[in-house]
Each structure stands twice: as C-alpha cells, then as structure tokens.
Design a protein around this ligand. Structure first.
Ligand code: GDP
Ligand code: MG
Length: 178
C-alpha cells in the first residue's frame, strides 16, 4: 500500500494467471483489460502484464495481472512469474478434460511458489462450448470447494463472467489486507 498525490490510500496487487496451454488465459486477460478477443491467438507476444483498476470502498485498487508468454507449454513457468503475487486465476478449458486434470499440478506449483494467503479462483473457461463440454459444472465446483478456492465458469469469447472472475479475486485480496 502507498499514498497517492491526494494523500489517499493506493493499492497495487499482483495477480497471476496459470493453467495449461490454450485454455484461454491470454484472452481472459485481453477481454478483462481491453475488452478484446483474439480467435487466432498463438503464444503471447510482448507484454508481461496489464494493469486494470477497480474501485472498492471508494478506493482505487490497481491489479497488475500477469500472463505467461507460452512457457507453460514446456512446464517452465519460473518462480519470478509468481514472485509477489497475492492473487491467482487457475484456468482450465471445460471442453478439454486433460486441462482439468492438470489443475492439481498447477495448484501444487502455486503452493510451492507463493504465500499460503494468496487469493485463488478456479476458472472453467470456454463455457460457450456447451455442445462439446467434457467437464460438468459440478465437478469444477466440487474441486474448488475441496481445495478452498472460489469458482466461476467464464467465456472470454462472449464475455460471460470474465469481469466477475477477476473482481472476485481482487476483492478477496483487498479483504485480506484491509
Ligand atoms: P492461452 O494459451 O491459455 O493463453 O490461451 P489463448 O487465450 O491463447 O486461447 C487459446 C485458443 O482458445 C484461441 O484460439 C482462443 O481464441 C480460444 N479461446 C480462448 N477463450 C475462449 C473462450 O472463452 N471460448 C472459445 N470458444 N474459445 C476461446
Ligand atoms: Mg497465452
């Protein structure tokens, strides 16, 4: 926490997005931060993070949201990526069971690299693909409950719950520090 020019409180929280390759991490971020969707996105190019603000209790809360540069494909997300993170979105793709099976490994990795107080949400993305769903909503909910995470199904394509998912994490971080 710092002070802004008017002497008001200023918050900047680091949030990381993790999960298997192609689950929609980069598109969730671009949808949230810029209201953009890219149907042909390959590995993330360039930017390491994007900053997005929201207001809680009349205070400006800035979230610095980090996206991988595609290194998750090689299981090579480094500890620098996690350093200082106070929130995390753990993402799978509801149309690919294998990405849900990987969640346990991502949670393990998060545990290794971050503080136990980190705010976490499990995100089942691509809920617009109902016709080829492989992971029932109930299974996502159960896993989240079991592991003590928030849970939300989202679609970066049609915007369903994207803002809500990020804001749940940011509100929880704020609740943890205020
Ligand atoms: P990342 O590797 O986890 O960063 O995944 P990307 O954001 O690059 O997305 C991988 C692919 O899934 C791209 O072709 C996206 O257009 C597509 N995608 C991402 N989110 C959604 C979604 O909510 N619904 C659908 N149908 N496709 C999505
Ligand atoms: Mg990406």
């Amino acid at each position: 926490m710092g002070r802004d020019d008017d002497g008001g409180e200023e918050y900047l929280f680091k949030v990381v997005i993790i999960g298997d390759s192609a689950v929609g991490k980069s598109n969730l971020l671009s949808r949230y931060a810029r209201n953009e969707f890219n149907p042909h996105s390959k590995a993330t190019i360039g930017v390491e993070f994007q900053t997005q603000s929201m207001e809680i209790d009349g205070k400006e809360i800035k979230a610095q949201i980090w996206d991988t540069a595609g290194q998750e494909r090689f299981r090579a997300v480094t500890s620098a990526y996690y350093r200082g993170a106070v929130g995390a979105l753990v993402v799978y793709d509801i149309s690919r069971r294998t990405t849900f099976d990987s969640v346990a490994r991502w949670l393990q990795e998060l545990e290794t690299h971050s503080d136990s107080t980190i705010a976490r949400i499990l995100v089942g993305n691509k809920c617009d693909l109902e016709n080829i769903r492989e992971v029932p909503v109930e299974e996502g909910k159960e896993l989240a409950e079991e592991q003590g995470l928030f849970f939300m199904e989202t679609s970066a394509l049609d915007s369903t719950n994207v803002k809500t998912a990020f804001e749940i994490v940011i509100k929880e971080i704020y609740a943890n520090v205020s």
